[in-house]
Write a protein that binds this ligand. Structure first.
Ligand code: GLA
Length: 369
């Protein structure tokens, strides 16, 4: 990292992969993500005025300068809006210099934006002794994204980036943000989680995400319930005729996905990876056919992985691009990767990137270096 500023505090926060529980955080569902090893770092120094200066170690010649009293939700800008949104949401009244060093792949569906928000939020909370709890920080980071940046995301990404623990997946109840750590030691069972970045850039601001969310909210309104969490599968079937076909399908994804998360927790607890793999496969089919947020590249990665022997595979995150995951036997990882590469080449898709990651820790203060 550069010596642009001698920071008063350095915090880091990770990106995430969601094992299962997609597009149900805003329906008060359960989700089961874990933090990946890639992190974003925020180095922050207090100023004696109200000026805010931000720069990124990746683009060190661009310095964005503004001030506390110019913070305005919905203003135009680029990645720095996420940083400004967090300063605004936390109610910071003091000027700051901030340098961001991001190592979470961008646009890959691995939550680089939540990592950025949470690194800044965690650092500011420490620097100004705000006293916010992790739950409060997650809600404030989400508020920054919803209100300041204008992206209607749920609460999963910020929660896991702040609350994750190494060695475990995080069962998050999105109704009250209560969490339970579910031990996730794949290596001991001879397995690995392969992350396949399709290189199709996805952005939640593009509209498809908001439309899906609106469909879910419309069902909640029509059925006069608090959230889709309150709807059982049989109740949904009974009300099928009251809903337009598309909304019914969106709700069917949500209701079945919430049930799959709880079954996945049982499967993980019992180390029943065959059952876990099947749930992961069902999740993908539901996201592809009922929720319609997959894309040809994601389907190709998933289908190829399964055909070559993956225990389970599915798209992750917001969809329309980004990454897929495959649960694979450690000895088969190389053959699955090359089969996916070949299938992408045959279809004329861009060359995919592969990662593996162990479940890592959430946001933390780093030593000053
Ligand atoms: C994005 C959002 C999350 C969540 C996922 C889909 O990552 O930021 O809140 O809705 O999509 O599960």
């Amino acid at each position: 990292m550069s010596d642009w500023l001698a920071p008063d505090v350095i915090a880091s926060a990770p990106g995430r992969v969601n094992l299962i529980g997609e597009h149900i955080d805003f329906s008060q569902g359960f989700v089961l993500p874990f933090a990946i090893a890639d992190r974003t770092y925020a180095r922050i120094r207090k100023r004696g005025d109200q000026i805010i200066r931000i720069r990124s170690a990746q683009r060190s010649n661009d310095i964005i300068t503004t001030s506390i009293n110019q913070l305005a939700p919905g203003s135009d800008g680029d990645w720095e809006q996420y940083v400004l949104g967090v300063i605004w949401a936390l109610g910071i009244q003091n000027g700051v210099d901030i340098e961001i060093d991001g190592h979470v792949p961008l646009g890959a569906g691995l939550s680089s934006s939540a990592a950025l928000e949470c690194a800044v939020a965690f650092a500011l909370n420490n620097l100004f002794a705000c006293g916010y709890s992790l739950k409060e920080l997650a809600l404030l980071a989400q508020k920054a994204e919803n209100k300041y940046v204008g992206v209607p995301c749920g609460i999963m990404d910020q929660s896991v980036s702040l609350m994750a623990k190494s060695g475990s997946a995080l069962l998050l109840d999105c109704r009250d943000l209560e969490t339970r750590l579910i031990p996730f030691d794949l290596a001991a069972s001879g397995l690995q989680l392969l992350i396949i970045d399709t290189q199709v850039q996805h952005a939640l601001v593009d509209g498809g995400y908001a439309q899906r969310r609106q469909s879910c909210e419309s069902v909640v309104e029509k059925l006069a319930i608090v959230s889709l969490r309150d709807l059982s599968y049989s109740e949904l079937e009974e009300t099928k005729n009251l809903l337009p076909e598309e909304e019914y399908k969106r709700a069917r994804h949500s209701v079945t996905e919430i049930a799959r998360v709880l079954k996945a927790v049982d499967a993980l607890t019992n180390k029943d990876f065959t059952a876990l793999g099947q749930l992961i496969n069902e999740s993908h089919r539901s996201l592809r056919d009922d929720y319609e947020v997959s894309c040809p590249e994601l389907n190709c990665a998933v289908d190829t992985a399964i055909s070559i022997g993956a225990v389970g595979a599915r798209m992750v995150g917001g969809g329309f691009g980004g990454s897929a995951i495959a649960l694979v036997k450690t000895g088969e990882i190389a053959s699955i990767q090359s089969a996916i590469k070949e299938a992408f080449a045959r279809s004329g898709f861009d060359v995919p990137r592969f990662f593996t990651s162990l479940p890592s820790d959430g946001a933390r203060i780093e030593p000053l270096t």
